[in-house]
Design a protein around this ligand. Structure first.
Ligand SMILES: Cc1ncc(C[n+]2csc(CCOP(=O)(O)OP(=O)(O)O)c2C)c(N)n1
Ligand SMILES: [Mg+2]
Length: 331
């Protein structure tokens, strides 16, 4: 497929989407401190361009699967953000009726297959989704995301092998944000060019600068086209950065504030806004209107989450076993 034109509309959507994801996550962080969100909370701040660029290259029916840093991907795919917020708060109107929480967003309707807490657990599942599409001769492509830490799991290597052997329509995306919890890529392996792991499987592979959605889009379009046209998998190492800690309970002793500030200079939202301003695609007032819309929608999400009740205690035993008379069900 020809590359899409990066029009004013594309840039304005990127700006509004990425700003909303950022503010939604900032609000989640504030709600966590107020103990309105509990358990784990892994934020995507800084990595937004990886998602924004990919979404533009996707077609209806294409699938996405990722790890636990997964609040904004379903929103990008069209899930109601109010339901994501309710899920974070453990409320019944959440995407998993409040039983999944931060790490387990899911929406089959929007082709978002989670939300996985086991590092690397989603990698073979992503290949499985692609296998199903190939088997059924559906022309969809699966985008299978993982962190830089996940590539050290055996499951990653087994999946690389079978995905190539079976020529599956899948794009493996390593979001290299420099760290697996507090362990830097340098401390994980003797090489830092993670994309080269594809070479051993003869899989097309590439490093991609991940702070600009335009660059991400161009590489993603090529990889998705290859998969859809029967050319098999691609491995992209998208180099990005997370501004917040690994999760909310991270003192971040493994990096300096200066390092974070260096990446904030090439922030994807600022980059996109600069293009919009330079090309005169929006006035100051129009940008201010977008900012206000984003602020209002975040507040709407919070209000929706707050108003939704917690699940009833009787819900505790529901949706655990498919088989209704499973012997361990006591009710
Ligand atoms: C199998 C397994 N081992 C260890 C953990 C604990 N753990 C959670 S996240 C994480 C780091 C993963 O880092 P990376 O893949 O780079 O993803 P990022 O958090 O940077 O997005 C670890 C070791 C886990 N969840 N699962
Ligand atoms: Mg990482």
């Amino acid at each position: 497929m020809a590359k899409k034109k990066l029009t004013k509309e594309v840039y304005l959507k990127w700006y509004e989407d990425m700003l909303f994801w950022r503010k939604f996550e900032d609000m989640s962080s504030a709600l966590y401190i107020q103990q309105k969100i509990r358990g784990f909370l892994h934020l995507y701040n800084g990595q937004e361009a990886v998602l924004a660029g990919a979404l533009l290259a996707m077609e209806e029916g294409d699938k996405m699967i990722t790890a636990y840093r997964n609040h904004v991907q379903p929103i990008g795919l069209g899930v109601d953000p109010r339901k994501i917020m309710a899920e974070l708060m453990g409320k019944v109107d959440g995407t998993s009726r409040g039983k999944g929480g931060s790490m387990h967003m899911f929406s089959k309707e929007h082709h978002f297959y989670g939300g996985h807490g086991i590092v690397g657990g989603q990698i073979p599942l992503g290949a499985g989704l692609a296998f199903a599409d190939k088997y059924k001769d559906d022309k969809n492509v699966t985008l299978c995301y993982m962190g830089d830490g996940a590539v050290r799991q055996g499951a990653f290597h087994e999946t690389m092998n079978l995905a190539m052997l079976w020529n599956l329509p899948v794009v493996f995306i390593i979001e290299n944000n420099g760290y697996a919890m507090g362990t830097s890529v340098e401390r994980t392996a003797n090489h830092t060019d993670i994309y080269k792991l594809g070479l051993g499987y003869e899989m097309p592979c590439k490093p991609v600068e991940g702070m600009d959605p335009k660059v991400v889009y161009e590489e993603m379009q090529e990889a998705i086209d290859r998969a859809r046209d029967g050319g098999g998998p691609t491995l992209l190492e998208i180099r990005t950065y997370r501004y917040k800690g690994h999760s909310m309970s991270d003192a971040q002793h493994y990096r300096t504030k200066d390092e974070v500030a260096e990446y904030q200079k090439i922030d994807p939202i600022i980059t996109v806004k600069d293009v919009i301003t330079k090309k005169k695609w929006a006035t100051e007032e129009e940008i201010a209107e977008i900012d206000q819309r984003v602020k209002d929608l975040v507040q709407e999400c919070v209000d929706f989450g707050e108003q939704s009740p917690f699940p009833d205690a009787s819900e505790l035993w529901k949706h655990i076993y498919v088989q209704e008379d499973y012997p361990f069900i006591t009710e």
